[in-house]
Design a protein around this ligand. Structure first.
Ligand code: PRX
Length: 630
């Protein structure tokens, strides 16, 4: 193998030859005729004409060699359930689920929305969709009715797969009433709802629409459902993500490109090998869950741990106990989780035998040096930061240890990953900037295999959102600020748009504002992301109420704050709940009416609010300051 620099250069200079040499990592039912079709930029098609199937690559392909080896390891510290499925057993469950979905009318190209807690049936359902060529749209179980309804309306699923309840820190978090409310709100209700009953919460059933998984499974015990051989560019899934507007975008992923990209990353970035165990602590509802709980490890023939629970129950050693018990070699988590563990007894890091573990990968939000040092020294293992997005599906920046184990630098997710032509552009002029100058992190097309191919149902939005924001450039914008040092290492400096990152969860401030605005007594609201030592950022809301008589006393204000939080909980989910709701009589705006979010945020963080020459009413800033100081 050549070194990093030449490997990366080859991937950029001649992407077709480079990716042709990676494509053998997966099974092709029919070979592709062309590696890359970039005749209609920025739309890239990879492995044109090739036919494959994600489920086949994740499951069937391993049956001969690994049939009796563990594939899916389920651990719930919430319910006490712990169970392992071998590749053969997983194959059986996926075929049953595929048989059930087909019996409910699901065919190739149909959407299936999966709104589930971290249960094995969620993984079966995703793989079953892939098997029959249905397009899954997994919605994070922490989202509530309005978030869900928006996604139902956009994806128009034929079937929704859900469950009675999730569980958080030992308490049931019922799902069904949120789902029913979402379906009531939606303009495109599904034909059928397939329900997994965990026995955690009561659920009412809608006759003719709601069907029971256990009962149907019994009828489909022996089903064998053949794989649908999809053309490489046909969609495998949609995953919604937040941006600048209140309407989440459906990131559409292809099939062949994604499988190749994941397979390559498993070796070249994560250094995972067949028969070993991968443990990603994320949730199937997020992109890390799609790529590195489910598809990536299984495609690589590794077993994967699906974990339901918090990092600190029954105690802060639970993850390390699992590492010992299942001989985990590769682990993937988020900085927030490590900051949570930092508050626990450090002796827990040395209590278990971690000799199997090679590397801890962290992603999803900036990794601060103290956290990186603490965990790396505590475990005695290298920590590798990696930077990417729902849109890309796999890392953009990382130290690619499987290519060349170059040293990392604290605070940096490393170097551009092969396939990504990463650049920094000045936001105002669109000119490329060199080392030491802050710019917008962008990628020159074509995006490599595995990245989003378009916005679901809206090609124009794909172009206008991602490829048109830099003056004079047709480059993909990540909407992150970054800076590169003389050695080519990148440092990520935060978002350029209104997206915030709370405990590694990506949220749009506009969505939160829209939700708060639906409260009957709210006239106007601004939500900003404010730095938080544990969660990275938290959402803070400043509201102008219609009837001030309702917030005269401190007790009334507290009650009102709670009531607004309840609205967000019910509509979007507790993950989007602002940490604080402040009341002001007016919001800082420019004379042309533009909200000065950046100034609000700066004041919240005790910083200089910046250029205020265009502000309409400077007293509004004093109100923000007074509110924050409490
Ligand atoms: O702002 C960047 C931040 O998270 C955003 C993407 O979030 P999401 O779509 O949820 O995908 C997460 C995939 C791991 C990015 O635009 N981000 C992600 N990783 C890092 C990061 N910021 C700094 N360092 C990282 N390693």
């Amino acid at each position: 193998m050549d070194n990093y620099a030449s490997f990366h250069q080859r991937s950029i200079r001649d992407p077709a030859t480079f990716w042709d040499s990676q494509a053998h990592r997966i099974h092709w039912h029919a070979p592709y005729d062309r590696v890359l079709d970039y005749s209609r930029p920025p739309f890239a098609r990879w492995f044109v004409g090739g036919r494959t199937n994600l489920c086949y690559n994740a499951v069937d392909r391993h049956l001969e060699e690994l049939g009796s080896s563990p594939a899916l390891i389920y651990v719930s510290t919430e319910t006490g359930q712990e169970k392992t499925w071998t590749f053969r057993e997983l194959y059986r469950e996926v075929n049953r689920m595929a048989g059930i979905l087909r019996s409910l009318g699901v065919a190739k190209g149909d959407r299936v929305l999966i709104y589930m807690p971290m249960v094995p049936e969620a993984a079966f359902a995703m793989l079953a969709c892939a098997r029959i060529g249905a397009i899954h749209s997994v919605v994070f179980g922490g989202f509530a009715s309005v978030s869900l309804a928006t996604r139902i309306d956009d994806a128009k699923p034929r079937v929704i797969v859900s469950a009675d309840s999730g569980s958080r820190a030992g308490k049931a978090v019922p799902y069904k009433h949120l789902l029913d409310e979402a379906i009531r709100l939606s303009k495109h209700p599904p034909e059928k709802v397939l329900l997994v009953d965990r026995g955690l919460a009561e659920m009412s059933r809608v006759a003719g629409r709601d069907v029971d998984y256990a009962a149907l499974r019994a009828e489909h015990m022996n089903d064998e459902v053949p794989c649908e051989w999809l053309e490489s560019s046909e969609p495998s899934y949609i995953l919604y993500t937040s941006g600048t507007t209140g309407k989440p975008k459906g990131v559409q992923r292809d099939t062949g490109g994604y499988a190749v990209a994941l397979a390559a990353s498993m070796e070249l970035i994560y250094c995972g090998r067949k028969g070993e165990t991968y443990f990603a602590t994320s949730d199937l509802g997020w992109v890390v869950g799609h790529s590195y709980i489910l598809y990536g490890p299984l495609i690589a023939g590794m077993s994967t741990i699906l974990y339901e629970g918090t990092p600190i129950r029954p105690d802060g050693g639970i993850w390390w106990k699992l590492v010992e018990q299942y001989r985990v070699t590769t682990m993937f988590s988020a900085p927030t989780a490590i900051r949570v563990l930092k508050k626990q007894d450090p002796a827990l890091l040395r209590k278990y035998d971690l000799s199997s573990l090679r590397v801890l990968f962290l992603a999803g939000e900036p990794l601060d040096e103290p956290t990186a040092r603490w965990i790396s020294e505590g475990l005695g293992k290298p920590v590798v930061d990696n930077y990417w997005q729902t849109e890309t599906g796999w890392p953009i920046l990382a130290i690619q240890r499987g290519v060349e184990p170059l040293p990392g630098k604290f605070g940096s997710p490393g170097l551009p990953v092969y396939g990504y032509d990463v650049r920094l552009f000045d936001a105002a002029s669109g000119e490329e900037v060199g080392p030491g100058t802050k710019g917008v992190v962008a990628i020159n097309g074509p995006l490599p295999p595995g990245c989003m191919t378009t916005v679901w149902g809206d090609d124009a939005r794909f172009v206008s959102t991602y490829w048109s924001s830099l003056p004079g450039q047709q480059a993909y914008s990540t909407f992150d600020w970054g800076i590169r040092d003389e050695d080519g290492y990148y440092f990520i400096l935060g978002r350029t748009d209104d997206v915030i990152n709370v405990a590694g969860h990506r949220l749009g401030t506009r969505e939160i504002e829209e939700s708060i605005s639906s409260h009957p007594n709210v006239a106007e609201v601004a939500v900003v992301g404010v730095t938080d030592s544990l969660k990275g950022q938290v959402a803070v809301a400043f509201t102008v109420v219609k009837d001030v008589a309702q917030i005269e006393t401190p007790e009334q204000r507290t009650a009102h704050e709670r009531d607004i939080m309840r609205v967000v909980d019910e509509q979007l989910g507790a993950v989007a709940r602002p940490a604080r709701v402040h009341f002001v009589t007016a919001l800082p705006k420019t004379r042309s009416g533009k909200l000065l979010r950046r100034s609000i945020r700066a004041l919240c963080e005790g910083q200089d609010p910046g250029d205020l020459t265009t502000i309409e009413d400077p007293s509004t800033l004093e109100q923000i300051l007074a509110a924050v100081r409490g």
